[in-house]
Write a protein that binds this ligand. Structure first.
Ligand code: AMP
Ligand code: MG
Length: 303
């Protein structure tokens, strides 16, 4: 299969928009740009298209997908009786990198949520993604990488994993945030962050006026995908605390990112693999340690 790339700068021209919408409506998968990372998308209500996402990614069937919508009116079909809090958070943070979890509505295929009674939903802000979503309705889209590999933040990253394996990629430039959405569960007695992201705990707390928890590795598995080794390059990652350790790794020829932020993390991990480095050495500083999203991904990638 030849993988066709369509350009979005940042919008798609109408001919290409028609092409991608027709492909998605007919049950094909396509890699699409979002402001977090690129997603491998398919019609949420088409079971065989959803199974194709799992097959192409090599994703375990018990790892649920995030539903992406382009209009709040899509919510009723996905969430059974969204709470006032759900709507308030959606209106404040959407379109943007916050995923909300609620009780799933009856029309949602089992395979999307990996059989869970809940579903994760967000409205992304990339202009081309919104252009597409407004015409297709809800799309399920996990990150467009082989399962376990670092998430893709450019069309080139997607092609590295999937060239010849998927029919279409929309190139919408580098992802502006470069890290997956914050996942906030609203199904328990109190909101809980299941996955830290750019929308920080502080931002959500400021909006809600209460303190909230981030589910830690010690807590029960609330979010099935969280137990897997994730976001990992082939190279072994070493998280370091001192310049002395770093110079040892430098002598050994390890890959050493000059600066590391949530925004360029995955690009750096992929670059180390392209250069066939066996090791990546990262000196943690105070700024990095205070970034909950960055530390969460580094901890998972270095396991
Ligand atoms: P990805 O799109 O690859 O970033 O993966 C989506 C992640 O969202 C999953 O691995 C889960 O951790 C989380 N997620 C999706 N749906 C649910 C759900 N219903 N309940 C809890 N977590 C979810
Ligand atoms: Mg992923």
């Amino acid at each position: 299969m030849e993988t066709k790339t369509l350009q979005a700068n940042p919008l798609l021209i109408s001919e290409d928009l028609r092409h991608i919408v027709t492909a998605l409506r007919s049950g094909q998968v396509a890699a699409l740009p979002t402001e977090t990372v690129y997603g491998l998308a398919a019609d949420l209500y088409n079971e065989s298209a959803i199974l194709e996402i799992f097959r192409v990614k090599g994703r375990p069937a018990d790892n649920p997908l995030i539903a992406h919508i382009g209009a709040l009116s899509e919510l009723q079909k996905l969430i059974s009786e969204p709470s006032d809090l759900f709507y308030q958070l959606a209106k404040c943070f959407w379109p943007g990198p916050l995923t909300l979890i609620g009780q799933r509505a009856s029309g949602v295929p089992d395979c999307v949520t990996a059989g869970l009674p809940t579903i994760a939903v967000r409205m992304p802000s990339h202009p081309a993604m919104l252009q597409i979503l407004k015409q297709t309705g809800a799309l399920a889209a996990p990150s467009a990488n082989l399962s376990g590999r670092p998430s893709p933040t450019s069309a080139a990253d997607v092609l590295e994993d999937f060239n010849g394996q998927i029919p279409l990629v929309v190139d919408g430039g580098s992802s502006s945030f470069g890290i997956e959405s914050t996942v906030l569960s609203l199904v328990g007695p109190k909101p809980v962050i299941l996955r830290p992201g750019v929308i920080s705990r502080e931002m959500i707390e400021a909006f809600l006026g209460i303190s909230i928890e981030v589910a830690g590795s010690g807590s029960p598995v609330l979010s099935p995908g969280m137990q897997y080794r994730h976001y990992a390059p082939k190279a072994k990652i070493h998280l370091l605390n001192s310049a002395e350790e770093l110079s040892l790794f430098k002598e050994r020829g390890a890959y050493i990112p000059e600066t590391l932020t949530a925004q360029n993390l995955y690009a750096e991990l992929r670059q180390a693999d392209r250069l066939e480095k066996g090791e990546i050495a990262i000196l943690l500083n105070r700024k990095m340690r205070s970034d909950e999203a960055l530390m969460n991904r580094l901890e998972k990638a270095s396991r």
